[in-house]
Design a protein around this ligand. Structure first.
Ligand code: ADP
Ligand code: MG
Length: 240
């Protein structure tokens, strides 16, 4: 589904990603962990070209993201992204937030978009909030709506950048549950997270990043219980 070769990204003099190589299979759930500033968000943002890679290639379902021949808007529609900050449109109801993309970008009729909206709101457990405005929702509810909005574009891949980091602790579980359900349905997902328990339980593979490199990767058991690299060991000793 995703193949990244020799990816580098610099901001001016600052080299943030230094030769990243990774691939993600269909239906795989990959969790990315690592210290703040290690380049996790930049890596995700390069995957849908919110950031322009400095060097290297990224293939999404075989299509080269960085090629000038690629239709980047079409390609972005295959990838849903959920951020730490929910980025909902405050002047639109929940239903309007969810149906905007399908109507504008996927040519769905209002009725089709609404049916899809109801289906997705049911999935995230918030069908009763369809006519509510984002300001009247809790953080956990906002994040579940943000997920429904991303899913409304019927993406093939979901990218999550610390989706629970801005939430009060009591709301973390409801958001993780939606991600667990998606994983069980076979969604291909890349999840940057500090929720080590979640990564252990749900990830097929865990990637540890530090200073712009993938330092180590493996199954949750390999990475959490038998880390090989000293930097992985030091990081885990602080967070576990
Ligand atoms: P992480 O998500 O692992 O915390 P980031 O990818 O957000 O790390 O950031 C990695 C480094 O890149 C940090 O030093 C950060 O300050 C820098 N950085 C990120 N985005 C930009 C940007 N747009 N311009 C300049 N520096 C940036
Ligand atoms: Mg980040």
């Amino acid at each position: 589904m995703i193949e990244i070769q020799n990816l580098k990204k610099s901001f001016g003099e600052l080299e943030v990603l230094k030769d990243i190589n990774m691939s993600v299979d269909a239906q795989e759930v990959v969790c990315v962990i690592g210290p703040s500033g290690s380049g996790k968000s930049t890596l995700l943002r390069c995957m849908n070209r919110l950031e322009e890679p400095t060097a290297g290639d990224i293939f999404i379902e075989g299509d080269n993201l960085t090629s000038s021949k690629t239709n980047i808007n079409e390609l972005r529609q295959r990838m849903g992204m959920v951020f730490q900050q929910f980025n909902l449109f405050p002047h639109m109801t929940v239903m309007e937030n969810i149906t905007l993309g399908p109507k504008r970008l996927k040519g769905k009729s209002p009725a089709e978009a609404k049916d899809l909206g109801i289906k997705l709101l049911t999935k995230v457990g918030l069908v009763d909030k369809a006519e509510t405005y984002p300001d009247n929702l809790s953080g956990g509810q906002k994040q579940r709506i943000a997920m429904a909005r991303a899913l409304a574009m019927e993406p093939h891949i979901m990218l999550f950048d610390e989706p629970t980091s801005a939430l009060d602790p009591e709301m973390v579980g409801e958001v993780l549950q939606v991600m667990k359900d998606l994983a069980e349905e076979g969604m291909t997902m890349i999840i940057v997270t500090h929720e080590m328990g979640f990564a252990k339980e749900v990830a097929d593979r865990v990637i540890f990043m530090d200073e712009g490199f993938i330092v180590e990767q493996g199954t949750p058991d390999e990475l959490f219980n038998h880390p090989q690299n000293a930097r992985t060991q030091a990081f885990l000793s602080k967070v576990l």
